[in-house]
Ligand binder design. Structure first.
Ligand code: PGA
Length: 252
C-alpha cells in the first residue's frame, strides 16, 4: 500500500514570523499525529528564509524546499544548494514547479540535473509536471507529460528513482479555481505511472507516489485521493491557513 501525501506549497507567501506561527499552530492542533494515524505524509514548503525556523518548529511535519540548485556551491546568485539544506536537516525539495518553468525559464533538462543531485544525496524530490491550457486544448497533454517525465528522470539509478515523487499539476488549474476533474487527474496520474513503468520498471512505478495539484481545496481533495493512482495533493492557496490545512487533512 502506498502512503498518501499532503504537501503545502507556500510559494512567495508568509514571513518568517508567520511561518513560525503556522508551525506552532499545527503542533498545537496535533496535525502531525493525526496525519500519522491516517498514514499521510504531511508537510509544507515555505520560502527559503523560513526553512530554518519552520524546521525547528516542525515536530515531525515535513519541511520541504521549493527549489534547489544542481551544483553544490558556486557563482549562482540567488540560488541555494543541497548542502545548505542538509545543514538544516531538510531532505525534501520541490523541483520544476510550473511557476519556475514559466518565470525562471527552467526546463526539464535543468530539472533532470537537480533531480540527479538531490536523489543521489538522499533527498526526496517532488518533481512537478503539467501542460498549459493551450496544450490541454490541443489534446497534447500526454505528449507533454511524457516528455517532461522522461527528460526529468533520465539517467536516475534504481536507488535514485525511489526518492522521486511526481506531482501532476496542469498549469491551467494552478491558482485559477479551475481544478482538473477527478477523471482527468486519475487518467494522467495513471499515465505517468505507465511511463515510469516503461522507463524504469513496474515495481518502481507501483511504489512511486504521484500527486495531483491545482486548485485543491478541502471540498474537493477527497475525490482525488480516492482515485486509485492519485496518492496525494500538492496544495498552494488552501495550504496557507492552518484551518484550511487542517480541513484538507481531515477530508483525506
Ligand atoms: P494552488 O497551487 O493550489 O493554489 O492552485 C498549487 C501549486 O501550485 O502547487
Amino acid at each position: 500500500m502506498r502512503k498518501k501525501m499532503l504537501l503545502g506549497n507556500w510559494k512567495m507567501n508568509h514571513t518568517i514570523k508567520e511561518a513560525k506561527e503556522f508551525c506552532d499552530a499545527v503542533y498545537k492542533a496535533g496535525l502531525v499525529k493525526k496525519a500519522k494515524e491516517k498514514k499521510v505524509l504531511l508537510g509544507i514548503a515555505p520560502s527559503f528564509l523560513s526553512l530554518q525556523i519552520a524546521k525547528k518548529a516542525s515536530h515531525g511535519l515535513i519541511i520541504a524546499s521549493q527549489d534547489c540548485h544542481y551544483e553544490e556551491k558556486g557563482a549562482f546568485t540567488s540560488n541555494i544548494s543541497y548542502k545548505m539544506l542538509e545543514e538544516l536537516k531538510i531532505n525534501y525539495s520541490i523541483i520544476g514547479h510550473s511557476e519556475r518553468r514559466q518565470y525562471e525559464k527552467e526546463d526539464s533538462l535543468t530539472c533532470n540535473k537537480k533531480l540527479k543531485t538531490l536523489t543521489s544525496h538522499n533527498f526526496n524530490a517532488i518533481y512537478c509536471v503539467g501542460e498549459t491550457l493551450e496544450e490541454f486544448e490541443q489534446g497534447q497533454t500526454k505528449e507533454i507529460i511524457s516528455n517532461q517525465v522522461i527528460t526529468g528522470l533520465r539517467g536516475l539509478s534504481d536507488e535514485e528513482i525511489k526518492k522521486v515523487i511526481i506531482a501532476y499539476e496542469p498549469v491551467w488549474s494552478i491558482g485559477t479555481g479551475k481544478n482538473a476533474s477527478v477523471e482527468i487527474a486519475q487518467d494522467i496520474c495513471l499515465y505517468i505511472r505507465k511511463v515510469v513503468s516503461k522507463e524504469f520498471s513496474k515495481g518502481v512505478a507501483n511504489k512511486m507516489l504521484i500527486l495531483y495539484g491545482g486548485s485543491v481545496k478541502p471540498e474537493n481533495i477527497n475525490g482525488y485521493l480516492n482515485s486509485k493512482d492519485v496518492d496525494g495533493a500538492l496544495v498552494g492557496g488552501a495550504s496557507l491557513k492552518v484551518d484550511s490545512f487542517e480541513a484538507l487533512l481531515k477530508n483525506i
